[in-house]
Design a protein around this ligand. Structure first.
Ligand code: KIV
Length: 254
């Protein structure tokens, strides 16, 4: 599949992209059978599956482990996987890491930041790449939190120029995380590849969310921009409590 050509053609027709993350076989299969446009094995894995405080300690081996499970559950949607922090510091390192993701079943890889040299080398080796600008979670520690990007003129201009560079380097799509809505709209109008917003307003060409946030599975952490479509933590716990009660009743000794 040529994801870049498909995405550019789809954007030209005015179609919006609905993307979600998955980390395991059953979720991936349910998303795919629901008709999702793309499934990302994100390094949000660290936070929503492994119980870490951010994405920074996620390893390439961990992404590969979960990617293989996701791959087994997906028949239709493209599957993308994140290159974890410090696995793409040079173009050569990026290529070696991305090849491991492709071997494990990724149709595309995603990396954070304005790194056109890394992206160009991957693309010239036949690897589809999704860019990621705005708030870069792999830099949250040095930034001291998840802050909105593009508020000042100079920051907005830097993000706009970086988006041109990433498209020119061959990205098939660009994730814009917590970017000012007007800037996200401007970038979306200027690029041929689709912009995929997360907390960046409705002017992007599509949206990606972390699936447990969408489904209300982690009530202890909910990003402000997410409007959950379900509250699955509640039926989850009711079922478990009912099971506990029934089991204890059934096995009660006289
Ligand atoms: O790791 C992740 O889940 C992401 C987001 C953009 C959804 O990169």
């Amino acid at each position: 599949m040529n994801i870049r050509n498909n995405l550019i053609a789809s954007k030209a027709l005015g179609h919006r992209q609905a993307w979600l993350t998955a980390y395991d076989y059953p979720s991936a299969r349910l998303l795919d059978e629901s008709g999702i446009d793309l499934i990302l094995v994100g390094d949000s894995l660290g936070m929503v599956v492994l119980g870490q405080k951010d994405t920074i300690d996620v390893t390439l081996d961990e992404i590969i482990h979960h990617l293989k499970a996701v791959r087994r559950g997906v028949k239709n949607a493209p599957v993308a996987a994140d290159l974890p922090f410090h696995t793409y510091q040079t173009p050569e390192q990026a290529l070696a890491s991305a090849r491991r993701l492709v071997e494990a079943g990724a149709d595309a890889v995603k990396l954070e930041g304005p790194l056109p040299d890394q992206i160009a080398l991957l693309v010239s080796n036949g690897i589809e790449v999704i860019g990621h600008l705005g708030m870069l979670p792999q830099h949250v520690r040095e930034e001291g939190g998840y802050h909105r990007k593009g508020k000042t003129e100079s920051e907005a201009e830097a993000i706009l120029q970086a988006s041109f560079a990433l498209q020119a380097a061959g990205c098939c799509a660009l994730v814009l995380e917590i970017v000012e809505e007007t800037l996200a709209g401007e970038i979306s109008r200027q690029l041929d590849i689709p912009t995929i917003g997360i907390g960046s307003g409705i002017q992007c060409d599509g949206q990606i969310l972390v699936t447990p946030d969408l489904l209300g599975l982690q009530p202890w952490f909910r990003p402000a921009f997410v409007k959950p479509k379900a509250d699955l933590a509640t039926p989850f716990q009711s079922a478990v409590r009912e099971y506990i009660r029934e089991t204890k009743e059934a096995f009660k000794t006289e």
